[in-house]
Design a protein around this ligand. Sequence first.
Ligand SMILES: Nc1ncnc2c1ncn2[C@@H]1O[C@H](COP(=O)(O)OP(=O)(O)OP(=O)(O)O)[C@@H](O)[C@H]1O
Ligand SMILES: [Mg+2]
Length: 309
Amino acid sequence: MYAIEITNLTKIYKTRALNKGEIKALENVTLNIEKGTIFGLLGPNGAGKTTLVKVLLGIVSATSGSAKLLGENVKNYLVRKNVGYLPENHKFPNYLTGEDVLMYYAKLSGYEISKKSKEIEEYLQLVKMGKWRKTKIKKYSKGMMQRLGLAQAMIHNPEIIFLDEPTDGVDPIGRKEIRDILIELKNKGKTIFINSHLLSEVELVSDKVGMLNEGKLIKLGTVEELTTSKEIFEINISETLPDLVVKELKTKYTFQINNLKISLENANTDKVNKFMDELRKLGVTITSFNQKKESLEDMFIKSLTETKN
Ligand SMILES: Nc1ncnc2c1ncn2[C@@H]1O[C@H](COP(=O)(O)OP(=O)(O)OP(=O)(O)O)[C@@H](O)[C@H]1O
Ligand SMILES: [Mg+2]
């Protein structure tokens, strides 16, 4: 049994705003997520990431298709007892203190705890908010709110945790701490679903990654599968190549040229050497050369440009 099973999910918002009529926020999304793994959902603004999470949480109903959490249809509200959620741009009542928030949200999940409960202490310590527990949250910074939000999503010890932009507004050290917490949760067997724009971060923690664009799941795989199949050789040259030369070289090699930077894809060392020989014959000076793996960001930008064209 998968922790999350999404089958042919489509969501169309009907709106009269801006005369847009219908917005297809999700189109035939099918996706299964294994228990005890971290899944990262990427996609540009408006791609449908939050909508997908909202459908899985029963906040928004799907137009067609189905979704299950822990084998149970998401329409069954009881499944949400076992689910934690950190919404995007969350707002807690600001007259509450940190510990009040945790108590209140645990109670909403049917989990009765008091201010003295070991869970409150444990989770506040985990997100490094222990000393702020009695401070009203209106005094919290953005990063502190985010940490508290994370504790709120975990307080009732759920099996699946949805985090919509969890590191939004958090500084680099805080982000690293959040990543460590996510890995710890995974080691405890929890399933984590993260929506994020921060590709480098998703890359560091996710077992699997999906990419949404205009409501469609256009990529799905492990970070390795989506990136390392492509080795990129980057050659920097001292002066721009005339268009005619580029055209001629393109008949023999697959590469992209951006001003003084040439990127060769799917080439082996032999081919790259031949390419560099040709450049030298043309009197071009090579200023540097390096071999790198395609990052998630390279893949992301490329896939988006491909779908646009
Ligand atoms: N309640 C709603 N009514 C009408 N349209 C909506 C509603 N919620 C979202 N949309 C539209 O659905 C599309 C997907 O939005 P969604 O918020 O799911 O994207 P997202 O990937 O989470 O974006 P972001 O990265 O900006 O958070 C957008 O075009 C958005 O305007
Ligand atoms: Mg969103």
